[in-house]
Design a binder for this molecule. Structure first.
Ligand code: ADP
Ligand code: ZN
Length: 531
């Protein structure tokens, strides 16, 4: 496009240079900004760190009037406004943390046309006084941040977001831009509908992170597997190791340190001073490893994180994507590595059952977990599965940079193995009042006369020893995959295995059960040669 000086195009670029000090727009920023400056509505899906803020900040600066930003992150508003003011942008906010005088001051600035940007908490828009205030000033653009909060099925649902549909009715001439980082195709449609943005242009940035290599290995001795992975592929590199519990964070950090890898723990149980010290060491030093719970990472912007490792299964693909996304922000090759096993499935299923929340909440949590498990068990391209989850069309030929592309896993017909497991579960279920988990099932199949097997006469069962064709690791893999596929379920605090509605058809031989073949010896780093 050839446009002369004074057009919107050069004005936005000039604003980018002058106010923010950046060289050039990134990705689709330019197109989005031009569209909104010209008065169009927009729906922007961009991963965290993609640069969403500029997409409404620059239109707010270029168009006459004040840009009104609706955001649920009240705790961040003060910081956001301070940062903008430091750049010379006239910004203010109205939320519940302010006293009366502070609010009056911001309101006066807005009415006098002295604000470029006004941040509002969504609940403010339920109040008539706020709507009156807005009608008495001049608004350049409405930005609705974290727009997925309007989705009733998302985990961040905010009822107040439903009221935002009125913005379009009351201010039909003011462009609206809705932004989010975590949207599946379904959420996407919900945002368009509930915010009444039928004419909005959609800007969907790619969720692909091509420089991140995705790998998920079968869990045997996770700390040793992690150590081998770090020594062979990431010696001296900075990275993050995620664990579920504070206890395992502590022990993993000690284990790595004892084995010559400098590692510090980070979790909510540490005092604020220690946490801050470990975080700032991670940001400052080269090659430090942080072992952390998911409490670590929000707002961490370190470009050269070379690996993110998971020793426990994340609860959802959204979580996995966000955590692994902290690797390789500089675009250089990085690894997302995870060790995953039977106990992860059992533990997560138990957590959902014993956790808080109503039935609908549980169902949602279970479906998030199912999607995560499907990613772990897939025999196809992991990146393809991730992108499809976020509604993007993956390359049907595979990505060439994930473990299943690099070393395609073998599959086998697991129908007979599945029937052996299910028949054992059926027999144990008949013993009323007794609860047996995966361990006991596997011991029975292998024909092991353990104390617990003898105690309950399980060596007398017809299924005792019928599974000697597979190893213990392979049986654990079979049970894990049956749990992941929903052919088997866990119940209660001991993780008792029980049948599901799907079990019958497998037992009767009416359907096949394809299984991913377990490696005889879990390989920590099989794909180095391909990299
Ligand atoms: P998001 O809201 O999508 O998570 P931000 O708007 O916070 O992302 O931007 C992430 C980081 O990228 C910020 O530090 C921001 O200043 C920087 N950034 C955004 N756009 C550009 C650009 N065009 N050039 C350089 N840095 C940018
Ligand atoms: Zn792939």
């Amino acid at each position: 496009v050839t446009e002369g000086p004074g057009t919107a195009d050069s004005e936005t670029l000039a604003t980018l240079h002058r106010v923010f000090g950046y060289e050039a727009f990134r990705g689709e920023q330019q197109e989005i900004i031009d569209h909104v400056v010209a008065g169009g509505d927009a729906l922007v899906l961009m991963p965290t760190g993609g640069g969403k803020s500029l997409c409404y900040q620059i239109p707010a600066l270029v168009r006459p009037g004040t840009g009104v930003v609706v955001s649920p992150l009240i705790a961040l508003m003060q910081d956001q406004v301070d940062a903008l003011r430091a750049l010379g942008v006239r910004a203010g906010f109205i939320n519940s943390t302010q006293d009366f005088d502070e609010r009056r001051l911001v309101e006066a600035e807005f009415l006098a046309g002295e604000l470029d940007l006004l941040y509002l908490a969504p609940e403010r828009l339920r109040v008539d006084a706020t709507l009156d205030l807005l009608s008495r000033g001049k608004i350049s653009v409405f930005a609705i941040d974290e727009a997925h909060c309007v989705s009733q099925w998302g985990h961040d649902f905010r009822p107040d977001y439903l009221t935002l549909s009125l913005l379009g009715e009351r201010w039909p001439d003011v462009p609206r831009i809705a932004l989010t980082a975590t949207a599946t195709r379904a959420t996407h449609e919900e945002i368009t509908q509930r915010l009444r943005l039928p004419a909005a242009r959609h800007f969907v940035a790619s969720f692909d992170r091509p420089n991140i290599q995705y790998r998920i290995v079968s869990k045997a001795d996770p700390r040793k597997q992690l150590l081998a992975f770090l020594r062979e592929e990431h010696a001296g590199d900075a990275g993050i190791v995620y664990c579920l519990s504070r206890n395992s964070v502590e022990r993993t950090a000690e284990f790595l340190t004892a084995n010559g890898i400098e590692a510090v723990p980070y979790h909510a149980g540490l005092d604020a001073g220690t946490r801050a010290a470990h975080q700032s060491r991670f940001l400052r030093e080269d090659g430090l490893v942080v072992v952390a719970t998911i409490a670590f990472g929000m707002g961490i912007d370190k470009p050269d994180v070379r690996f993110v490792a998971h020793l426990d299964l994340p609860k959802s693909i959204e979580g996995y994507y966000q955590e692994t996304g902290r690797a390789g922000r500089d675009g250089l090759p990085s690894t997302a590595w995870m060790a995953y096993g039977l106990n992860d499935v059992i533990q997560q299923r138990k957590l959902i059952q014993s956790g808080e929340g109503d039935e609908a909440f549980r169902r949602r949590a279970a479906s998030h977990l199912d999607a995560m498990l499907a990613l772990c068990e897939t025999v196809r391209c992991r990146r393809g599965q991730l992108l499809a989850y976020f509604g993007q069309d993956p390359d049907p030929a595979g990505c060439g940079n994930c473990d299943t592309c690099l070393v395609p896993p073998e599959t086998l017909d697991g129908t007979v193995a599945a029937q052996k497991v299910l028949s054992t579960v059926v027999r144990l279920q008949r013993e009323r009042g007794q609860k047996f988990g995966a361990m006991q099932i596997v011991d029975i199949l292998l024909g092991k006369r353990t104390g617990k097997v003898i105690q309950f006469d399980h060596d007398q069962l017809s299924v005792f020893g019928i599974g000697q064709d597979l190893t213990e690791a392979e049986w654990r893999g079979v049970v894990r995959q049956l749990l992941a596929q929903g052919v088997l379920a866990v119940e209660g605090e001991y993780g008792t295995l029980v049948l599901t509605g799907e079990s019958g058809s497998v037992l009767r031989g009416e359907r096949e059960v394809p299984l991913r073949k377990e490696p005889k010896k879990p390989a920590a780093a099989r794909s180095r040669s391909a990299g």
